[in-house]
Design a protein around this ligand. Structure first.
Ligand SMILES: NC(=O)c1ccc[n+]([C@@H]2O[C@H](COP(=O)([O-])OP(=O)(O)OC[C@H]3O[C@@H](n4cnc5c(N)ncnc54)[C@H](O)[C@@H]3O)[C@@H](O)[C@H]2O)c1
Ligand SMILES: O=C(O)CC[C@@H](O)C(=O)O
Length: 416
């Protein structure tokens, strides 16, 4: 039996506008253009919002766009009766309470690989920057100091890159690193097809002990929380470098700082932090600041013109396909349905608690109105059922009103 918390049923959402979209965190203008072209009133802000402020701003909003800095806990959705969907204009979706969104009938879409290449390119650059201590030499020359040294500076050719998390980014990076003559090995909890000459290593400890560079490409989950702490850093080769462009929860920054100060590690590149500022105007402090051969970047792994434009279009496309036809393909927290719109029919979308008898009740409502079901697609998960229903007669309003009266109803919407 599910212990999910469900909201009280609300009145159905009709297909009469105006419809509003709230885009946070400087989402690329390509998204605003696409949503505006479909009639949305779009508000675009450059910073993230805290949950209390977000809760206020979500009143009357139909689509929410965020990136990695806006957390969306249950408390942020208390006023979001009209909210249809959330677009995470990035890869990670750990910032959203996905189960809460699911039980409120709100699918969450992301862009699973539009910035993959950008992250892989940045990490590859960092491997060379670290092994040649390029940022330190550059800083010295900027300060008028000429320190022409070779000590500790090495080629990457023949060195071993250890990848933790061999998914989209990790595997792309591995292919690129081999082109530089690196040996690539990886550790993943899933069995993965090794690309090129990459080799799977059975344990994290073995990967740590046998790599010159360790780079993390895992999602933020309970299993990756602080997966690199003092013990793991101690297992790394003396002089090896650590790169983290995944999530700030994955590495114990204090332990990393100590491993660098003791010179056990030769360097590190860090793009993500346990606490990150909400906007570019906020200050930032980390204990890694000022350490030699440590590259610190402000969570820019995926921040390229190419990636951001592509993400803007990809996520806006998913949001609009859901808005216009109820397609949930690619949603990370929702039953998947994608049914073509049939001319001359009238589409209703319904999210309900996944308990026996709901479809029977809905079909009785349709039949009591002497309407004919042209097509019906139901998909379910542990908590909810998602129903896309096309009717031959234009009785969407009374059908929706009656469905919204069912105790099992979560969200009902008229598409056409
Ligand atoms: N710095 C940035 O700007 C930036 C940009 C994009 C993505 N990211 C982060 O990078 C992460 C990875 O992205 P991706 O597209 O490669 O994801 P992905 O889902 O394609 O790959 C993640 C891999 O990690 C593996 N994994 C999960 N838990 C693990 C564990 N405990 N130990 C070992 N392996 C584990 C999975 O099996 C999977 O193969 C994202 O979740 C996101 O948090 C950061
Ligand atoms: O653009 C962002 O804010 C997040 C980038 C990255 O961490 C992602 O998850 O795609």
């Amino acid at each position: 039996m599910s212990t999910a918390r469900f909201p009280s049923p609300t009145r159905p959402i009709t297909n009469e506008g105006p419809f509003r979209a709230l885009l946070l965190e400087n989402i690329h203008p390509s998204a605003e253009e696409m949503l505006a072209a479909e009639g949305f009133q779009v508000e675009r802000l450059s910073a993230a919002l805290k949950p209390e402020e977000l809760a206020e701003r979500l009143k009357g909003v139909h689509l929410l766009g965020i990136r990695s800095k806006t957390t969306v806990p249950a408390s942020a959705l208390v006023n979001a009766e009209e909210l249809l969907a959330i677009g995470a204009f990035c890869i990670g979706t750990n910032q959203v309470d996905l189960v809460n969104a699911n039980t409120h009938g709100i699918p969450v879409f992301n862009a699973p690989f539009s910035n993959t290449r950008s992250v892989a390119e940045m990490v590859l650059a960092e491997v060379i920057v670290l092994t040649r201590q390029l940022f330190d030499r550059s800083r010295e020359v900027h300060a008028g100091q000429w320190r022409k040294v070779a000590t500790g500076s090495r080629e990457v050719r023949g060195k071993t890159l250890g990848i933790i998390g061999y998914g989209h980014i990790g595997s792309q990076l591995g292919v690129m690193a081999e082109a530089l003559g690196m040996r690539v090995q990886y550790y993943d909890v899933m069995t993965k097809l090794p690309l090129g000459n990459a080799q799977s290593v059975p344990t994290l400890d073995e990967l740590l002990a046998t790599s010159d560079f360790i780079t993390l490409h895992v999602p933020a989950t309970p299993s990756t929380h602080m997966m690199i702490g003092a013990d793991q850093l101690a297992r790394m080769r003396k002089g090896a470098c650590l790169i983290n462009a995944s999530r700030g929860t994955v590495v114990d920054i204090g332990a990393l700082s100590r491993a660098l100060r003791s010179k056990h590690l030769g360097g590190a590149a860090v793009d993500v932090y346990p606490e990150e500022p909400e906007s570019n105007s906020d200050g930032f402090v980390t204990e890694l600041q000022g350490l030699p051969n440590v590259v610190l970047t402000p969570h820019i792994g995926g921040s390229t013109e190419e990636a951001q434009a592509a993400i803007g279009k990809e996520v806006a496309t998913s949001l609009l396909k859901y808005f216009k036809a109820g397609a949930t393909t690619g949603a990370v927290n929702f039953p998947q349905v994608e049914a073509p719109l049939i001319p001359g029919t009238h589409r209703i979308l319904n999210v309900h608690r996944n308990i026996p008898g709901v479809l029977r009740d809905i079909n009785r409502i349709v039949s009591d109105l002497n309407a004919n079901i042209h097509a019906q697609v139901l998909s379910t998960d542990a908590n909810i059922g998602y129903l896309v229903m096309d009717l031959d007669q234009d009785v969407s309003r009374p059908v929706c009103d009656a469905i919204a009266g069912l105790q099992t109803d979560i969200k009902t919407r008229i598409v056409s």
